[in-house]
Write a new protein. Structure first.
Length: 220
């Protein structure tokens, strides 16, 4: 997989090194040639000195050959511009964007070419809530501008799904249980998977199916 990362700060460099270690073809696009983290880039990561907000720079970097673009600069405006250019000008299949300021998260959607946005403060808040909440559905991540969501619920003793199988419950067609964490083990869900108290259930939902899934797993 070929990945271009805009922004060679600590976040961009870490992502580049991690992906390179997994065998992916990675290039870092950074307009400042003297940025200090350049010395910590793993061998094999291509360093491109260019302004990722300029179409000509991205064309020279052959962005149209990329499978994924990550907009990881420290500026939300730049990340939105990079995302829009990657999607509309170069047809990149997957665009992931970093949200630096949580109040800007609403902008990071398909209108700006963003497939997945990552807001660290919101993610941390969700993980804290997920760790301490039982019997409440928690939204962990959003994809496709919020059209697809990863949600989690730890089943309470009185959850309506206890001792029932997935096939018995009639989940909406646009929702799916993707994993069940049980006693520190991951259960890959099947139709005959039976829910137990304390199960951590991860599901992919849409805005239309989220309430129905909440009622199934949590109750009214």
């Amino acid at each position: 997989m070929r990945v271009a990362i805009a922004g060679a700060g600590n976040v961009g460099v870490f992502i580049a090194n991690d992906l390179a270690a997994s065998g992916h073809e990675v290039q870092l696009i950074e307009q400042n040639p003297d940025i200090p983290p350049r010395t910590s880039v793993a061998p094999g990561v291509e360093w491109v000195v260019a302004d990722a907000c300029e179409v000509n720079s991205l064309r020279a970097a052959e962005l149209d050959r990329c499978d994924v673009v990550v907009a990881a600069t420290g500026d939300d405006e730049d990340n939105l511009v990079v995302s829009l250019l990657a999607k509309q000008e170069f047809g990149v299949p997957r665009v992931v964007a970093r949200v630096n300021h949580p109040e800007n998260e609403w902008l990071f959607n398909e209108n700006w070419g963003v497939d997945v946005s990552v807001s660290t403060p919101h993610l941390i808040s969700a993980l804290v809530e997920e760790a301490v909440s039982v019997g409440h559905l928690v939204r962990l991540l959003q994809f496709e501008g919020g059209n697809v969501r990863l949600v989690e619920v730890t089943l309470a003793d009185d959850s309506p799904v206890i001792d029932k199988t997935i096939s018995e419950l009639g989940f909406p067609r646009d929702a799916s249980v993707v994993a069940v964490l049980r006693r520190e083990h991951v259960e890959m869900p099947r139709g005959d998977t039976r829910f137990e108290p304390g199960d951590e259930v991860l599901a992919m939902v849409t805005p239309d199916s989220e309430d129905a899934v909440r009622r199934l797993l949590v109750g009214d």
